[in-house]
Structures are given as structure tokens and as C-alpha cells.
Design a protein around this ligand. Sequence first.
Ligand SMILES: *Cc1c(COP(=O)(O)O)cnc(C)c1O
Length: 350
Amino acid sequence: MIDLRSDTVTQPTEAMRRAMAAAEVGDDVYGEDPTVNRLQEMAAAMLGKEAALFVPSGTMGNLIAVLVHCQRGDEVLVGEKSHTFLFEAGGISALGGVHSRQLPNRADGGLALEDIQRSIRPEDVHQPPTRLICLENTHNFCGGTVQSVEYMRQVGQLAQEYGLKVHLDGARLFNAATAIVEQQGGEVRKVARELVEPVDSLMFCLSKGLCAPVGSLLCGSEAFIREARRVRKMLGGGMRQVGVLAAAGLVALESMVDRLHEDHRRARRLAEGLRAIPGLVLDAMTPVTNMVFLSLATDVPWNAAQVAARLREKGVLVGKVGERRFRLVTHYWIDDAAVERTLQAFREVL
Ligand SMILES: *Cc1c(COP(=O)(O)O)cnc(C)c1O
């Protein structure tokens, strides 16, 4: 099967499976797993933060960050299309008692600086204190879109002015850095560091385009990570000989970050081919990174579920993100031949 539903479907590579089998491990709740410690140190150094923490999922990473930055009754500014607001089961309010204020997302997934500024509460006994701004880069629901280093700096500056914290949901941070390098040149790891320099904390996923089977990393100051470790334990995310998973994460950081441009190139080829097929309407700007968004033209007599079922018969799995809308995500296991076979399947079905 050619699975374009998400980059979360990525199986670990051979090198990862070997590293996992051979991993030196210890009890990570005691801080004694050497492989986890190495992964955390590598992640922190790569992103220019003091410390990092391995967490089982991106959702838990974002939740821990909000719980560390906020007290019950505090308010966090989030995008109305953010993953944290839409797809994390309301954890920040259910488990943290944190009040969310949803701001409109711009087309690129960012929050307008004026909207942020307007939403910051004055000190007033009637109102919840604004504590935290959450950003997302790349922005999943807005189309795998990218916010610039300059924008990240502007938000960081605004937060500093008002004494707020900033957390970045950087599930696909390295895709954002890769897209910026494709546009402006530079070095992916350096750009990633620049993107997160203005934020107090960030989470990125190993389990998506970086191809590891499980896990995300939360990064921030020593003090932030110390508290994050306690909250992770509280949530049941303290794991024992978890170096078997961290070993795959190390391979991901060493060898997967610098190949993401291949996924972006294949997404562009996929979009170009799909644009030429009558009955398909691609979003104007797609793809920005590794995601292609498209809809069925009004004269196509089938809905997305029907088209997806017929594509499945031809060995192609696509994501349905609306009644007549699809998301196709490229990743490590999608090669050039898979892109061409996908285009052929769409042509036959339509
Ligand atoms: C996938 C994703 C997450 C959550 O990661 P999980 O590991 O699936 O919990 C958070 N934010 C964004 C933008 C994501 O795409």
C-alpha cells in the first residue's frame, strides 16, 4: 500500500531497528537510561536550549508545557485551528483547568500580532490572567504552512513586553526549517535553532517525518524541564528502559533531519501531477512543506469517501479531511515511483 494519510504512519528504518535492538538501557525514571540521556542532550544542543525531555507523544509534550507554564484559571492564547485546541481532547482545560482563548489563524497558521496584543488581559479581578501564547510551526490544519524566523521573533518580543511565556508546538519544526532553507538558503539545523530562539519551550515529534516509531521531545530551560519531568510522572509518562525507543530517536536526529527536502520535492511533484487531472482542485498555495491539500471539483459526482475507497482498491491510501477534501502527506516511505503510481490511480479513478 502507498500510505499518504499522514507522516505518522512511517515505519522505523532498518538502521533504527538495529539501534533499538542494541540500545544500552537503564531505568529512565531514575534518570539512568544512557540512551535517553544522550537523545535529550542531543536535542537540547541542536535547538540551543538548556535541556530536553523525552515524552511518549506530542500531545503529552504540549500538555506538560501548558501545565508547567500555567496555573489553574490562567488563560492561554491559542489558534482556533491549532492542534492543541482542536485535536488534543481538551486536555489543557480537562486536566489543567487552563482557560483557552482562541484567536483566528492567518492563512500561514500564525496569529496576528494585533490579535495577540488585543487579547492580553489587564489586571482585573474579573478576568483570568493571560499567561501563555501557543504557536504551531509548521501549522498542520492550515496546510503544513510555515511561519518565519522574523515572525517568531516578533511574537517573542511581544510576549516579553507583557511578561508572557511562549510555547511552540513544533511537531514538524524541521519541515518548517527545511522550507525556509528551500526559499532562502542556509542550514536546516541553524534555521531550526533560530525559529525556537524566541520561545520559552517547544515540542517536536520524532514519530512523524523523522520516521521514529514513538516519541517527542520537549525542550526548554533547566528549570522548565525539571518541572516538566515531575508533570510527566504525574501524567503517567515516566517510562523505564525506554532507551529502546530513544535509540530510534537518535537515528532520526542524526540521519532524518537533512533529508526532509526530499519529501517536500515529492509533495511538489505530486501537486503538479494532481493539478493536471480534471476533477481535482488543489489549494492555491499547496504544498508549502510535505502536505498536499485538494478538493473534488463540483462536477465530480462522488464524495471524498467514495473516491478514497476506489483509490484504496488501487493500493493508495489518502487522508479525508472534509466531505470533498483530501490531505496527502509525503514521507520517508514514499519514493518517486509511489508518487507516479498515486497520480496514475487518481487518473483512473476520476
Ligand atoms: C501530531 C501532532 C501533535 C501531537 O502529536 P502526537 O504524537 O500524535 O500526540 C501535535 N501538534 C501537531 C501540529 C501535530 O501535527
